[in-house]
Each structure stands twice: as structure tokens, then as C-alpha cells.
Design a protein around this ligand. Structure first.
Ligand code: 8YV
Length: 318
């Protein structure tokens, strides 16, 4: 092994990345995979100055504490709710994410779920495959076009969702924590008042403690018997117990979900429901977007090791 190779900085891979990212990363860094048993099973934690993790896995206080030389947490995703920012900040560890590059695909997923749910695309597919089309017809469905669409959280992704639904001649309303004076869409004071107005409620807020259970039992009830709920944010943002009860009792018409509590081992009650479309957290899962997300992670690593400004820091280290 050459001297230059031996001196490559160590980067801990907490979550997998595609080979198209790993290949160039191996050239520059000594990539260390996090063992299934956690950091205690590493031969040494010394000299691990950066880690790469997914939005779903993040980095908790225990992992940060186990890595004494850690200076950077690079999240391969826009959501950093699973990173313990307090622990990172106390240790002056920087945190980066991958904003913007996944906005379009995640917004597309919200639209796809709404269409699939409202028009019963999945049921139609099952009926055709079963060979029973000559014998039976599906019931008529509701529409997406012309409906009232309420967006909970008008950040980058929420705005992109609104732009897409505007093309379906919908009326658009939103709730956002801070005012959005430039928006021409109708603002509502609470998620529940938005749900009471909307036919389709789309959850696009960031995850984390601040938004846990934001779409509450009351909000779900306000959506009403004809209402559809779409969630492309995090499972934590919706009171999932209340949602399952509302779906079971048909207190709302249905839900299109890309995110859940306890992914991937989600609540099995979802499997028996006929009024849901379930997607295994695929919002950003396109080749183009994952390539772009990987490039952002690698740009942050490169900037960090070159002592340059981090392109997409959510927390500056020192
Ligand atoms: C991915 C996501 O699931 O960006 C996010 O916050 O939830 C998704 O893009 C994930 O982070 C990819 O590893």
C-alpha cells in the first residue's frame, strides 16, 4: 500500500450507497462499513472524522459519542431528523444534507400517490391481472382534477407539490409554520382548519420533534369521510394510530403513504386495508435523483477534507 493511500481519511459508512458513489469515494477515502453490532465492533474508532448516513438512519447521540474524532455527518437525504443535532452541536460536528436535488421526484411521488389512490390504479391493476375483468367492474371513483388540495408544510417540496397540483385545476390551500406572504395560495391558520377545507391533504413538513403528530387525530377527523391523506414526509408527522383507526372505520376515504413509523417493519394493520396505497419510501428513489444526491454528499466530503465551506450545511462545525 502506498504512503498516499495509507493516509486517506477514514469515512464511516453507516448506510449503503450505490456503487457509482462508492467507487470514486474509495479512491479518496478509506471507507469503513459500520458493523451490524454498532461502533463497539469496529477494530478502532480513532481517526474516523466523517460519516455518511441515510435520512432514515441518521446518527444518534450514542453513535456520535462513540466516534471521538468525528467532525462531519453527511446525510444522504434531505431529512436530518434522525441526526441528534444537539449532540453534534455540543461536539462541534458539522451536519450536511442533500436539499433541492430530490424536490421534483418527491413532489412527483405525492402526485402519483394521490392519483393512484383516488383513481384506484392499484386495484385496477390487480383486477386486470386476475383475469376477472370480463366478469366484474370496479366501482366508479372520485377525481383529483378540480378538487381542493391542502398542503401541510410549504417548504421546497410542499411548493413543488402545489405547482404540480395547480396543473390539475385544483384549488390549493396550505398551512405553514411561518407566513408565506409571496404565495398566492390560500393560507390556513392550523393543519386542522386546512384539513376541514381540503379534499386531499398532503403532508410535506420536515420530520423531527417539532412536527411529531402534527397531523393529529383531530386533523384526520376534520378531513372527513370523502377526504384523502397523502404523506411523503416522515411517518412521525402523522398520528399513525389515529390514521389506522380512521382508515379502518372509513372515517376518511383513504391514504397514500410513502412513509411510516418503524420503517421497514411497519404496522401490519396497514396490510389488511383496502383504502390505502402503500409505497416503501421511494420518494427520492430514481436513478437521476440518487446520482445527484450522491454527488452532493461527495461534494460535502470533499469540501470538508479540503477545509472549504460546506456546500449544504445544516449545522456548521468548527
Ligand atoms: C431517502 C429521504 O429515503 O431525503 C430524505 O430525507 O427520506 C429519502 O430521500 C433517504 O434518505 C435515502 O437514503
Amino acid at each position: 500500500m502506498s504512503r498516499a493511500l495509507a493516509a486517506r481519511p477514514k469515512v464511516l459508512m453507516v448506510s449503503p450507497m450505490p456503487e457509482w458513489d462508492l467507487a470514486p469515494m474509495r479512491e479518496a477515502y478509506d471507507l469503513v462499513e459500520l458493523p451490524a453490532g454498532g461502533p463497539d465492533d469496529l477494530p478502532t474508532t480513532a481517526d474516523i472524522t466523517a460519516l455518511v448516513t441515510s435520512g432514515g438512519r441518521g446518527a444518534d447521540a450514542a453513535l456520535i459519542a462513540a466516534l471521538p474524532d468525528l467532525r462531519l455527518i453527511a446525510v444522504y437525504g434531505v431529512g436530518y431528523d434522525k441526526v441528534n443535532l444537539d449532540a453534534a452541536s455540543r461536539r462541534n460536528v458539522a451536519v450536511t444534507n442533500t436539499p433541492d436535488v430530490l424536490t421534483a421526484d418527491v413532489a412527483d411521488m405525492a402526485l402519483a400517490l394521490a392519483l393512484a389512490l383516488a383513481r384506484r390504479i392499484v386495484d385496477g391493476d390487480a383486477l386486470v391481472r386476475s383475469g376477472t375483468w370480463p366478469e366484474q367492474a370496479l366501482p366508479l371513483t372520485g377525481s383529483v382534477s378540480g378538487r381542493r388540495v391542502g398542503i401541510v408544510g410549504l417548504g421546497r417540496i410542499g411548493e413543488a407539490i402545489g405547482r404540480r397540483f395547480a396543473g390539475f385545476d385544483t384549488e390549493i390551500g396550505y398551512w405553514n409554520r411561518s407566513p408565506k406572504p409571496l404565495s398566492s395560495w390560500r393560507a390556513f391558520p392550523t393543519p386542522t382548519s386546512l384539513a376541514a377545507w381540503a379534499d386531499i391533504l398532503i403532508v410535506a413538513v420536515a420530520g423531527g420533534d417539532d412536527t411529531a403528530g402534527l397531523v393529529s387525530a383531530e386533523t384526520i377527523a376534520a378531513l372527513g369521510r370523502n377526504g384523502l391523506l397523502i404523506n411523503i414526509s416522515r411517518g412521525t408527522t402523522v398520528d399513525e394510530e389515529a390514521l389506522i383507526i380512521a382508515l379502518e372505520s372509513e372515517a376518511i376515504a383513504g391514504a397514500g403513504l410513502d412513509v411510516f413509523l418503524n420503517e421497514p417493519a411497519i404496522d401490519e394493520r396497514f396490510f389488511g386495508l383496502g383504502n390505502v396505497v402503500l409505497s416503501p419510501h421511494r420518494g427520492s428513489a430514481t436513478v437521476a435523483t440518487r446520482r445527484a444526491m450522491g454527488a452532493v454528499v461527495r461534494a460535502n466530503l470533499a469540501a470538508h477534507f479540503a477545509g472549504e465551506v460546506l456546500p449544504t450545511a445544516v449545522l456548521q462545525g468548527r
